[in-house]
Design a protein around this ligand. Sequence first.
Ligand SMILES: [Zn+2]
Length: 47
Amino acid sequence: MVTDPVCKMKIDPKTAKGGTLKVNGTQYWFCSSSCRRSFLSQNPGAK
Ligand SMILES: [Zn+2]
């Protein structure tokens, strides 16, 4: 299990609906596309 950095929800990376982003080599998973968007707005370098 991994923790969504936006809402702190525990999620399974295999079923993470929001997909993933990498920042400086660290990968993050998201529970939803809205969490992913919110993270992206705070971390413009994420991809
Ligand atoms: Zn979330």
